[in-house]
Design a protein around this ligand. Structure first.
Ligand code: ZN
Length: 197
């Protein structure tokens, strides 16, 4: 998920270089997949065993997340159909550790909230989305341990947005028909935009 527009800090994209992540100096950002790419509509497969390949994917996705100023990224968005997502809702705080989850599963939901969302795969488009306010998620971490996360607010929203990606669902699928029709032209432009590979 991209940062909600209204909360975006006044920081220029060129300020946020990959060089600022010294822990991962040799890793390059992955190519993002954009709206219109059929991979975004596919269901990702569960990860049975975490190997070096998964650790590498985690590093590459982190670099990609920071390089693109996002706060959440699903493996599907870099063309990898594994049930894996990463979230860092405060990338500018070095003490806030990113959350990396394999096979995330929502166990329970509570309440309701409406807030603005954007998506790294659908650039420059933002819309209000209604979702449950609180969730409990079960998942496996990079150490192959089963963990449970209780989340509300922005963390809950980003987790739900990224879990949707693993099922081939985009946030625009969750907005009302009328609003979606209004966004149709913008979506078409995004789909037809030329982007360097
Ligand atoms: Zn997204």
């Amino acid at each position: 998920m991209s940062k909600p527009k209204r909360k975006r800090k006044n920081r220029q994209p060129e300020d946020w270089g990959v060089d600022e992540v010294p822990r991962l100096p040799k890793t390059k950002p992955l190519q993002l997949r954009y709206y219109g790419d059929p991979v975004l509509r596919k269901r990702a497969e569960p990860v049975q065993v975490i190997t070096d390949a998964e650790h590498t994917l985690a590093e590459e996705m982190l670099i990609t997340l920071y390089a693109t100023h996002g706060i959440g990224l699903a493996a599907t968005q870099v063309g990898v159909l594994k049930r894996f997502l990463i979230v860092d809702i405060d990338p500018e705080d070095a003490d806030y550790q990113p959350i990396m989850l394999f096979n995330p599963e929502i166990l329970s939901v509570e309440g309701e909230s409406i807030a603005e969302e954007g998506c790294l795969s659908i650039p420059d488009l933002h819309a209000d989305v209604k979702r449950p306010e609180k969730i409990v998620v079960k998942a496996m971490n990079l150490d192959s341990q089963e963990i449970k996360i209780e989340a509300d607010g922005l963390l809950s929203r980003v987790l739900q947005h990224e879990i949707d990606h693993l099922n081939g669902t985009l946030f625009i699928d969750r907005i009302s028909g009328l609003k979606r029709q209004l966004l149709r032209d913008e979506l078409e432009k995004i789909q037809q935009a030329d982007r360097p590979l």
